[in-house]
Ligand binder design. Structure first.
Ligand code: BTN
Length: 245
């Protein structure tokens, strides 16, 4: 039976990533998992150095994971595992009629009806991995840089009071996923199958950092978590790290 997850909730922080790093350096022992949540952030961070606009009404969390919990077999697929834990936390809290429109966008955005309702930021030190998730519950801040338009989980039927249950469910899901003993090849098969089943496959995505921002169709994943896409001229490419919208 795993020990209860330590959870500290704040009203306002700069970023839950900053608070998590402070807590991790103080944590005794450094093996413990901790969940940091906040009602708002004054300096929320998104991927690629972009800000994450963090008004009240949404939920901001960072899960502190001891580095030792990530076996080599898990490490490469960790971004996908994180997305799965987010999907699996949110789906049961939505009315059944809303769940089919809840999809994952590679590597780990959560979409509802094609709009981004959660984003994830992963950072690490020698001893810890910091998994940050911003859930758009009641607000969909404007996306000014041409990224995927934001949506609200409230529009999918999420209850106003579901923020903290959602955060805790995410943390427990990820801890359970990472703690499950399995051979490396089984880990990859399971993660890829679960991710394929929850992903959005039928929509073109824009490669935002490429000249002309070509639109590509996602086709498949490989055991390293790379995404196979088809370009408009028919040629195929494996994406390792790319900014998609
Ligand atoms: C993205 O750009 O899609 C990633 C967004 C990650 C935002 C979350 S909110 C909680 C945690 N604290 C931050 O400053 N960022 C992450």
């Amino acid at each position: 039976m795993p020990s209860p997850l330590r959870h500290v909730h704040f009203d306002t922080v700069t970023s839950t990533m900053d608070v998590a790093r402070e807590h991790a350096t103080r944590a005794q022992p450094s093996m413990s998992w901790q969940l940091i949540t906040a009602e708002r952030q004054t300096a929320g961070r998104g991927t690629r150095g972009r800000p994450w606009i963090s008004p009240p009404g949404n939920l901001y969390l960072t899960l502190i994971i001891p580095r030792a919990a990530l076996t080599p077999a898990r490490l490469g697929l960790f971004p996908l595992d994180t997305g799965l834990a987010v999907w699996d936390a949110a789906a049961p809290l939505l009315p059944p009629s809303s769940r089919a429109a809840l999809r994952l966008k590679w590597p780990n955005d959560l979409l509802w009806e094609g709009r981004k309702v959660a984003g994830m930021l992963l950072e690490a030190t020698a001893d810890h991995v910091f998994t940050g998730v911003g859930f758009n519950l009641m607000n969909a801040p404007d996306i000014a840089d041409g990224g995927t338009p934001g949506g609200r989980l409230a529009d999918a039927g999420l209850d106003e009071a579901a923020g903290l249950p959602l955060a805790k469910a995410f943390a427990e899901n990820l801890r359970t996923r990472l703690s499950a003993p399995a051979a490396p090849e089984t880990v990859a098969v399971n993660v890829l199958a679960a991710w394929r089943a929850r992903a959005q496959w039928d929509k073109y995505l824009r490669l935002r950092d490429r000249p002309g921002q070509p639109e590509v169709l996602p086709l498949d994943l490989n055991p390293d978590g790379h995404l196979l896409v088809r370009h408009p001229d028919g040629h195929q490419e494996w994406l390792v790290s790319e900014y998609l919208a």
